[in-house]
Design a protein around this ligand. Structure first.
Ligand code: ADP
Length: 754
């Protein structure tokens, strides 16, 4: 990196953030700096090396005109061609200038800042190997630009740019370094001398490039260090007489580096660097960072070319990134449509998503997915354990009412997440219900897990001459420390995609519920029709039946003696059958009435209702030596009291009836209520029990398990009517039984929680 700072136990990183790197008070020794006051072009400050470099000592130069330094023809050229240009905070490359006593040729650059003109003269070493003129360089730029524009993927684009910069500058290593959201950075492309270890993919902590350095990089696009080991040269005088302050060198290319940065580079074995900013929307997107392991001078034409390439990168990076994001968004959207189809086709949407062909796991760029629907939890890919997922969901329900919740640092919100950050440092959650724990969750692992080390992290780096204090490896350890618990951040398009999926799920669930409602309504209608059919037929049958009964009675009374024994007996049977027929019809009528009558719901104290029922049944209970015990206090319910009495009468009646024990024991009570669940009532007996195979039949009308006269007779309608009443209240009834030992009937009076 250029101008990167590594932290160590001994380095106070916040002090790095405060270090005034734009006013170092010195420059690199291969050049000279002349600070001029316009318009008279009086020399106000110079670097202390002018004697050596230009043959004129600082004392001789200060307060003199620049005519002492430059040839009149150059001065007139600069006055006419250069000073008329926009130089404010904009360094301008000059053609080669002859300067100083001997008129030696220098590469020169000039800019204006805070009303001071800075002329920087750089001595080009005779050996600088890249020495093409402007024309040649621009000629070779053309095909490069065309190539850059046609690269399809971002990584290829960066790789090409790095290779081109290296070709122009001859640096040992050229990297494209990208800043991530948290200020840390990553090497996204690299071109290097073959025998160097690769830094590609490495992450660096935000503190490697302190805040004020990043601010400076937005202003001034290019920085370079010719020789990191060369001693800096002070500027004299240190305080500028015009501004009364040290010289602000934000835009000076000769600016010397901070001691911390110098040490950092030394630890990496780096002697020369150049870095050019890549700016996107006025933000520092990244850097073109060049390293050389020996001193290196980059000629002005090569620098200009690299700057030009960096500008190109700045312009292209946005559109290329948008394009790459666009591809991802396109994939998310087209797959979304497929997911909707899969969800619609299945009874439950999430079974649709879970089908292997839906490949839901790879839809969004996450390592794991969990569905939490009521009690059910389904996990795909790398997720925390089921119990942990349940707890996340319980926490989330309380913590956030956002429809989509996204974090790349779950542990910062929910401390227990520290325990499973290797799978869920990042969480994206789409909430499917307001009050119920229904979610789709996506997980991302801690980012440190994804760091690509460029070698064995415990092995000392072999390149260069390393200092004892800071090494890039330590910089790594620090970074790992910083990102603990964090995952890669969720992109806006991913949060949007989760939101869109959530809406589709709700729509599908809503549509299915509507279909169900329609079905229920149809069922209800057919039930009502059935009820009225039962009413009409039973009602119409009653009259003729009464007639048959009366006629039979009359026959026995008036003509009985004329019939023989067998005839009389048959008439008796006919009468009995009509009686039974009548009671069947009565039950059917009653059943249909229960189905049709409007529910008269009131607040009912069940303790009263049960004790009244028992009072009514008192005689029956005494006769059969039955004892009914009410366990605990029964709750109040909102129900039709008359119908509810019928329920208890039927169940207690049966408990007494289907019981052959000496002492018949019946218990009535409520199961311990769990949370908001509706109460479950029970009637338990120690009677004959019911074989499991009949547990459904007994609720069918006229179904009896015993002979007509056994166990006190009956028509087999009691339980059917009971079931109807319970269901009309929105509840359900079921049975548990051990033949020979007893039976328990359970029922509820309202819809249970789903
Ligand atoms: P009924 O009592 O008129 O026969 P029900 O509909 O009340 O009609 O009961 C249907 C059948 O279920 C009964 O014939 C009996 O065989 C069985 N049954 C009901 N309650 C009990 C019970 N508590 N113990 C054992 N069997 C029972």
């Amino acid at each position: 990196m250029s101008e990167v700072y590594a932290g160590s136990e001994k380095t106070d990183l916040t002090s790095c953030d405060r270090e005034p790197i734009h006013v170092p008070g010195s420059i690199q020794p291969h050049g000279a700096l002349i600070v001029l006051q316009e318009p008279e072009m009086k020399i106000l400050q110079v670097s202390a090396n002018t004697g050596a470099l230009l043959g004129i000592a600082p004392d001789e130069l200060l307060n003199q005109s620049w005519e002492l330094l430059l040839a009149p023809s150059d001065i007139s050229f600069i006055n006419k061609q250069i000073l008329t240009k926009h130089l404010e905070a904009t360094p301008y490359y000059l053609p080669l200038l002859g300067a100083g006593k001997s008129g030696k040729q220098f590469e020169a650059i000039i800019h204006r800042f805070q009303e001071l003109l800075s002329l920087e003269l750089e001595e080009k070493p005779a050996s600088s190997d890249r020495d093409e003129g402007h024309i040649e360089i621009y000629a070779s730029l053309k095909p490069i630009l065309a190539d850059l524009q046609t690269t399809s993927s971002l990584s290829e684009f960066f790789r090409m740019a790095a290779a081109q910069v290296r070709q122009f500058t001859g640096f040992d290593r050229v990297m494209i370094y990208k800043f991530l959201e948290d200020g840390s950075g990553k090497v996204v492309a690299e071109d290097k001398r073959a025998n160097l270890e690769s830094f590609l993919g490495l992450h660096y902590p935000a503190s490697d490039i302190p805040k004020q350095a990043r601010a400076l990089y937005v202003k001034s696009w290019l920085r370079m260090i010719n020789d990191n080991d060369a001693a800096p040269v002070p500027i004299v005088p240190s305080i500028n007489p015009l501004t009364n302050a040290p010289l602000d060198m934000s835009y000076a290319v000769l600016r010397s580096m901070s001691p911390i940065h110098t040490e950092y580079l030394r630890n990496m074995g780096v002697r020369a660097t150049m870095s050019i900013s890549i700016i996107q929307d006025n933000q520092l997107w990244g850097l073109v960072a060049c390293h050389h392991y020996s001193p290196r001078y980059v000629t002005h034409p090569a620098r200009m070319t690299c700057e030009f390439l960096a500008h190109m990168l700045s312009l292209q990076v946005g559109s290329k990134e948008a394009l790459e994001n666009h591809e991802y968004i396109k994939r998310l959207t087209s797959k979304h449509a497929e997911l909707v189809r899969a969800m619609s086709e299945d009874k439950d949407f999430f079974y649709g998503l879970l089908k292997p062909e839906a490949d839901f796991e790879h839809w969004l760029d996450a390592q794991g997915v969990a569905f939490c629907i009521g009690d059910e939890v389904k996990l795909l890919g790398a997720t925390p354990a089921e119990a942990d997922v349940r707890q996340i969901v319980a926490w989330l329900l309380e913590y956030s009412d956002q429809e989509v919740f996204a974090t790349n640092n779950l542990a910062a919100h929910y401390a227990p997440a520290n325990g499973f950050r290797s799978t869920a440092a990042g969480l994206l959650a789409a909430r499917l219900a307001k009050l119920k724990p229904q979610y789709v969750l996506w997980f991302r692992p801690e980012i440190a897990q994804e760091v690509h080390w460029a070698g064995d992290p415990t092995k000392p780096v072999e390149v260069g001459d390393f200092g004892k204090r800071l090494t890039p490896r330590k910089s790594f350890a620090l970074w790992i420390e910083q990102v603990k618990g964090k995952s890669a951040p969720w992109k806006d398009c991913e949060v949007d995609a989760a939101g869109a999926l959530r809406r589709s799920i709700l729509e599908i669930v809503g549509r299915k519920a509507e279909e169900l409602l329609k079905l229920n309504a149809e069922l209800e209608r057919s039930n009502v029709e059935l009820d009225s059919f039962a009413f009409i037929t039973s009602h119409d049958l009653k009259e003729p039946l009464r007639g048959i009964h009366n006629y039979s009675h009359m026959l026995i009374e008036s003509y009985g003696e004329q019939l023989d024994g067998e005839g009389q007996q048959k008439l008796q049977t006919l009468m009995r059958l009509t009686q039974r027929m009548e009671s069947l019809i009565e039950s059917l009528l009653y059943y249909s009435r229960v189905g049709r009558a409007e529910l008269m719901r009131t607040e009912v104290d069940l303790n009263n209702l049960v004790s009244e029922t028992l009072e009514m049944m008192q005689l029956r209970l005494q006769e059969s030596n039955a004892q009914v015990h009410v366990n605990g206090v029964l709750p109040n319910v909102y129900a039709d009291a008359v119908m509810l009495r019928e329920v208890f009468e039927n169940l207690i009646g049966n408990a007494v009836k289907y019981n052959d024990k000496e002492s018949r024991k019946i218990e009535v009570g409520t199961l311990a209520a769990t949370g908001a669940a509706s109460p479950v009532f029970y009637v338990r007996d120690n009677g004959i029990g019911i074989d499991e195979k009949h547990h459904n039949d007994i609720f069918h009308i006229f179904k009896r398990l015993h002979g007509r006269e056994q166990y006190g007779g009956g028509v087999g309608a009691g339980l059917t009517i009971t079931k109807k009443i319970v269901e009309r209240h929105g509840g359900r009834i079921w049975v548990e039984s051990t033949p020979g030992a007893g039976t328990i009937f359970y029922f509820t009076l309202q819809r249970e929680q789903e």
